[in-house]
Each structure stands twice: as structure tokens, then as C-alpha cells.
Design a protein around this ligand. Structure first.
Ligand code: ATP
Ligand code: MN
Length: 274
């Protein structure tokens, strides 16, 4: 039996946690995580999905992003949901309520809600990935930990669009804008999802290409507010490229129409080819 199994078979106490010898994990995360998160992390390591956890990349209000390694030394990103303030629970409920996939869920149990929210992000990533939207490839989900592709190099994350847009040339901006609109349309028509928090803060730029992140709140198009969220996403993107980047692009209304008719256009392209 290896030490992690021994550890998992034991009733964990703060003292026994301190005795874990795994330096790679110990040094980074020991102080930060509660017992249950630490146990979940060990389980993911025991299953061979993650082998090392390095430093924190981003420390948000509800979740932290860590740089980690798989068994072959490849980079990974872990998104670990740690807390849910009453305010956050209230604010996310509108993204869960009315989604046919989450019927019968109760928001009462906070731990269950965090696990649900983590799983929701994983499932959304998977659907988007399969629809050809460039998102971090989802790898594994367990309790409050989401394992995904690391967007960046050598442990340095790629910049957000907000952070890097001043350094990009016009052609790159045009391409990024067109790709983002295509991804909104792919998400809507092929994954049946609306991101619902899309902006220059949730788009990373990796090798001059946009990568869409932070999809936990994305809703099914059957959600009663789906179209309102879609309009808001489009409005954020158009506003950013029009007024901050100062790119000459169509109006919000035209882009909305383009997104709605995207499937038709793709169908016509197929016909043209024949
Ligand atoms: P925030 O409240 O800051 O938006 P969040 O909890 O919503 O944080 P994300 O937006 O998913 O979490 O991620 C936070 C930050 O971590 C991102 O802005 C990005 O810089 C970085 N990040 C997220 N996912 C990855 C990834 N797969 N690879 C590398 N960096 C990532
Ligand atoms: Mn974010």
C-alpha cells in the first residue's frame, strides 16, 4: 500500500495531514486547503491524473487556478472552487434554475452546490470543446476540482485579451473578433449553450488566437434568460472591439443577426462546395 492509500484509509486529522511526505503537494497547498479539498486532491493524484501541483495562477473570490503537471510532465490547470458566499450562491442560482439539466437540485447544501457548480463547468467545457469552440480541454472533474488543459507555456499563463490588446495589430484583432463571434455561434447552435459572462476578461490570447474560459455560468439555450444573456455577451464583445480596440465592425444588431443565422450560412457554404 502506498502512503496516499494509507492516508486515505485513515481518519484524517490536522496532525496526520501535516505528516504527509509528498513534498510537491505539501509545499504549495498545505496551508491553503481545507481537509476535504486536500483529500480530493490526493484522490486525483492517486488516480494518476495529476502528479504535481505548483503555485497559484489566479486567486479569485470563489475559485483558485493552479498550475499542475500530469504523469508525463505535461502542463495542467486546476480550477478549485473553495467557498461560496451567500452573495455568490444568490447570483449563480439564476444560471442553475430553469436549466433542464439541473432539475431537482436544492441550493441548500453548500458543499453539494459547489460540487454541482464544478461539474457544471466541466460539462459546459466538454460540450463547447466538442462543438469546436476553443476552450481549455476538459480532462477530469472530482468534487470541487476541475482539471483542464493549461493555456500558456512553462507555467506562465497566456494573457487575457484585456491585458494584451494594446500590443496586437489590426489583422490579429480582426481575426480574434471573427473567431469569437464564430465561437458564440458554435456554442449556440452546436453546443446549445450561451456563455453568459463573455467579455475581454474571459478570453485568453494564446499564440494570437482567442481561447474562451470561465464557463461555469454558461446556460442551455432552453434557459428562460438565454437570449438576454446572448445579447449581453454580444454587446460586451462589440463594445470592446468598437470602442477600446477601435476596430471597424458591424453593429450589435447585425452581429446578433449573424450569430442567429450562422448555421444557415454554414449550410450554404457546404452547398457551394458541392
Ligand atoms: P475571476 O473571478 O477572476 O474571473 P474565476 O474564478 O471566474 O476568476 P477563471 O476566470 O476561470 O476563474 O480563471 C481565473 C484566471 O485564471 C483567468 O483570468 C486566467 O488568467 C487564469 N486561467 C483560467 N483558466 C486557465 C487555464 N486553463 N490555463 C491557464 N490559465 C488559466
Ligand atoms: Mn473569469
Amino acid at each position: 500500500m502506498n502512503s496516499i492509500d494509507e492516508f486515505l484509509g485513515r481518519k484524517p486529522s490536522k496532525r496526520s495531514l501535516r505528516r504527509i511526505k509528498d513534498k510537491d503537494l505539501y509545499e504549495t497547498v498545505e496551508e491553503v486547503f481545507d481537509t476535504e479539498t486536500l483529500l480530493a486532491l490526493y484522490e486525483i493524484m492517486r488516480r494518476g491524473i495529476v502528479s504535481k501541483v505548483y503555485g497559484v495562477i489566479s486567486s479569485g473570490k470563489e475559485a483558485r487556478i493552479y498550475w499542475a503537471k500530469d504523469r508525463k510532465g505535461g502542463d495542467l490547470a486546476l480550477k478549485i472552487y473553495l467557498t461560496m458566499t451567500a452573495e455568490f450562491r444568490k447570483s449563480i442560482w439564476k444560471y442553475i434554475y430553469g436549466d433542464p439539466r439541473f432539475e431537482g437540485m436544492s441550493p441548500r447544501n453548500i458543499k453539494q452546490l459547489i460540487y454541482l457548480w464544478t461539474r457544471k463547468e466541466f460539462r459546459n467545457l466538454k460540450r463547447l470543446y466538442e462543438a469546436g469552440v476553443r476552450v481549455p480541454k476538459p480532462i477530469f472533474v472530482y468534487k470541487n476540482i476541475l482539471v483542464m488543459e493549461f493555456i500558456g507555456k512553462n507555467g506562465i499563463r497566456a494573457p487575457l485579451l484585456k491585458e494584451v490588446y494594446r500590443d496586437l495589430d489590426l489583422d490579429t484583432h480582426k481575426r480574434i473578433f471573427n473567431k469569437v463571434i464564430e465561437y458564440i455561434a458554435r456554442a449556440y447552435h452546436l453546443a446549445n449553450l450561451v456563455h453568459a459572462d463573455l467579455s475581454e476578461y474571459n478570453i485568453m490570447v494564446y499564440d494570437s488566437e482567442p481561447v474562451i474560459i470561465d464557463v461555469s455560468q454558461a446556460v442551455h439555450i432552453a434557459h428562460m434568460n438565454a437570449l438576454e444573456f446572448l445579447r449581453r455577451d454580444i454587446s460586451n464583445i462589440v463594445r470592446f472591439f468598437k470602442y477600446e480596440v477601435r476596430l471597424n465592425i458591424p453593429s450589435e444588431e447585425e452581429v446578433y443577426k449573424e450569430v442567429m443565422e450562422w448555421k444557415l450560412k454554414e449550410g450554404m457554404k457546404e452547398e457551394e462546395k458541392e
